[in-house]
Ligand binder design. Structure first.
Ligand SMILES: O=C(O)CCC(=O)C(=O)O
Ligand SMILES: [Fe+2]
Length: 326
């Protein structure tokens, strides 16, 4: 079964902002365009957004707080109707594109993410920028990275990193004009019941290795690890089907079983402008269907922001106590 063959809408669980709350978020994000000169990566701007995040409409705060308490069976929170710029420039086509200056979308999504934890970035990824662009890049079509356009395998975000994000926020600012690109999300809570007892047992053992991608030049691979971790009846998952290697045949069979279980339980989301998908990176994996970029400024464009629930835990890796991890 292919991932696109198992599209299941998330509509029942999406949070759709009505006109009132939508206008409130737009006003709040609008003020953040000029706060602290709109310098997204400065501590001053983040302080402004933290304050503003506590004043998001209560309907939205309720949903975020509930998701933080329990990410539900799907492990994804879909918020529709966030403000994005009406005068959007052409979709970037250069590698490593980021948002250094505040936009409505960047401000709104950062405010949401700051209600889930603290926002972080990685020095070796997209130059440490807190708000990154997810756009197809010419010449990188076949890469297993978000610049590619072949199918992006399901993965835990930065699976190799000991301080991987707990939440991945992906805000669509321009939808895919072809309609083919879909964010795929699958949770271990849905997949677990489909696994054999043997696969569950093997996936819970330290029989897997996940290397750092070349973009994190020189970073050490994670130590040998289990794919299912924590409470056996409700585990966390740690796997990247493009870079996690099973260390023996039994581990390989168990990984294939998990891949199949994820395929059968995948939600494939065609994000529209203003849709923010927040993936709980502990219980859900994500990927993307293949699509055909045009590289003419009209391609699909997402912003990405990471958050961690426990900032203190990564202090040793954050220079001067900032937001960027080594
Ligand atoms: O393009 C997408 O929908 C997902 C890309 C992705 O996995 C990421 O940016 O972390
Ligand atoms: Fe990802």
């Amino acid at each position: 079964m292919t991932q696109t063959g198992s599209i299941r809408p998330l509509d029942g669980t999406a949070v759709v902002l009505d006109a009132g709350p939508r206008a409130e978020v737009a006003a709040l994000a609008g003020r953040l365009l000029t706060a602290a000169a709109g310098r997204v990566d400065s501590a001053e701007w983040l302080r402004e957004v933290r304050g503003a995040s506590a004043r998001l409409p209560h309907e939205l705060l309720d949903e975020i707080r509930e998701f933080r308490h329990d990410p539900g069976p799907e492990g994804v929170l879909l918020i529709r109707g966030l403000p994005v710029a009406a005068d959007l420039p052409p979709t970037p086509t250069v590698p490593g594109s980021v948002q250094r200056t505040a936009t409505l979308g960047a401000a709104a999504m950062t405010a949401v993410m700051l209600q889930l934890g603290e926002v972080i970035a990685y020095r070796d990824e997209k130059s440490g920028a807190l708000v990154q662009d997810v756009v197809p890049v010419p010449g990188q079509e076949r890469l297993q990275s978000n610049a590619g356009s072949v199918r992006l395998q399901m993965h835990s975000e930065n699976a190799f990193h000991r301080n991987r994000p707990d939440y991945v926020g992906l805000l669509c600012v321009r939808e895919d004009p072809t309609g083919d690109a879909r964010l795929c999300v699958a949770s271990v809570r849905r997949a677990l019941p489909l696994l054999s007892p043997e696969a569950r047992r093997v996936l819970g053992e330290e029989r897997f290795l996940t290397e750092a991608p070349p973009s994190f030049g020189g970073a050490d691979g994670a130590p040998v690890h289990a794919v299912l971790r924590g409470a056996p009846e409700d585990p966390d998952v740690l796997v990247d089907f493009a870079s996690t290697r099973p260390l023996d045949e039994g581990a390989g069979r168990a990984m294939e079983e998990l891949r199949g279980a994820f395929e059968r339980t995948t939600h494939a989301l065609a994000l529209a402008a203003g849709d923010l998908a927040v993936v709980d990176n502990r219980i859900a994996v994500h990927g993307r269907t293949s699509f055909t970029p045009r590289y003419d400024g009209t391609d699909r464009w997402l912003h990405r922001v990471y958050a961690v629930a426990d900032h203190r835990r990564s202090r040793v890796d954050r220079v001067a106590g900032g937001s960027v991890l080594n």
